[in-house]
Design a protein around this ligand. Sequence first.
Ligand SMILES: [Zn+2]
Length: 65
Amino acid sequence: MAKVLDRKLLDILVCPVCKAEISLNREKNGLICDKCKLEYPIRDDIPVMLPDEARSLEEGGEGPG
Ligand SMILES: [Zn+2]
């Protein structure tokens, strides 16, 4: 069984954009920053803490413009 992310790891991980704490999403396949409304993917049990890879959680938005 693959191990879900360690709580200790979550404790040291912060959002690279705003440095706020992040939390696991419901499916446990991403990490969410409540401040930025961004979801960072987890690939092969490794959190990808890159703003470029993050997905926006804002609904109804189709991007700028
Ligand atoms: Zn953030």
